[in-house]
Design a binder for this molecule. Sequence first.
Ligand SMILES: Nc1ncnc2c1ncn2[C@@H]1O[C@H](COP(=O)(O)OP(=O)(O)O)[C@@H](O)[C@H]1O
Ligand code: SF4
Ligand SMILES: [Mg+2]
Length: 346
Amino acid sequence: MTASNAPAASGTTDVVLEAAGLTKHFPIRRRLRTLFGEQRAVHAVDHVDFVLRRGRVTAMVGESGSGKSTVARVMAQLVRQTGGKVLLHGEPVNAHGRGFRAYCRRVQMVFQDPFASLNPIHTVRYHLTRALKIHHSDATAAELLTRVALTPPERFLSKFPHELSGGQRQRVAIARALAAGPEVLLADEPVSMLDVSIRLGVLNLLRDLRDRLNLAILYITHDIASARYFADEVLVMYAGQVVEGGSGEAVTQHAAHPYTRLLIASAPDPDRIAGQALDVEDGGTGEPPSLIAPPAGCRFNPRCPHVMARCRVETPPRLAVESNGDGPHWAACWLYDPKTVAEEAS
Ligand SMILES: Nc1ncnc2c1ncn2[C@@H]1O[C@H](COP(=O)(O)OP(=O)(O)O)[C@@H](O)[C@H]1O
Ligand code: SF4
Ligand SMILES: [Mg+2]
């Protein structure tokens, strides 16, 4: 049985933003082309489907190079997709169309490095009032600072980025995103450059904004433990594809895809129920595959301890994983197709 794809829910009102078959290939340089013959692109993102819902945090988890930032950049339309669609309230986004300014207002991005995203020669007041002006907002810079818990705001308005701590800088970057009055925040590793001690504060702020402003938040991270703490839903990216999805509980407590299990096993989490992590000794190691010539079939097959013949030739569809009472859950893995498993065993 194939699990229903999340985007099927796009008719429901709580879906704000949707990726449907989203694909982004980057052309490669001529010298490399000859090396790889027919393959001419980095397959950074391939046929990715997901939805972001109002008042929900969706975490996208995966190791470095799995295509997470590319997904965020395409969703924000900072770069154009090669294939597939981005839909806001069911309407495909058109970067050349009249609604594009409104799209950019509704879908805001928060970057990993707040220092790089703020201009060192301008004050906090300048950054925020400029954003408010661009988006024709009648809010004030002080109100924005209050929303991100930089209070009293007067203490921060005249400060320059270098006079703030990393956490305070990221809060200013979030306040600037809020100036647009967005419905969606795309947060690309928003805490991974911050001191461990202040990460939780920034994640709690995002959670608070989710609730107070009813925002749909995409939280991108390589840290599955933080996704477990923070996310309502979790998507796992591997080599440009989403390989598992479900509620935060389901994916982090009952990981189904061998890659997700590897990810959990290699990211120590003291709260994890013992024995939940997979036996990764036999073949669970290894490097992520080339995205120029990705492996045929399941892209995880060269690293997978459970690889079967079918895995090397056919891409697994999204298959329903038995629920442990914690919501819908699927994995793109042949292990969840009883027929395939039975055939392999015979
Ligand atoms: N502008 C680009 N040109 C060529 N390749 C790119 C570009 N941006 C990203 N890539 C490649 O796409 C893949 C995915 O990158 P990225 O989305 O940054 O992954 P992640 O955020 O998960 O670390 C990587 O192989 C990366 O080298
Ligand atoms: S489809 Fe096959 S190779 Fe891929 S994760 Fe599942 S068992 Fe492993
Ligand atoms: Mg990235």
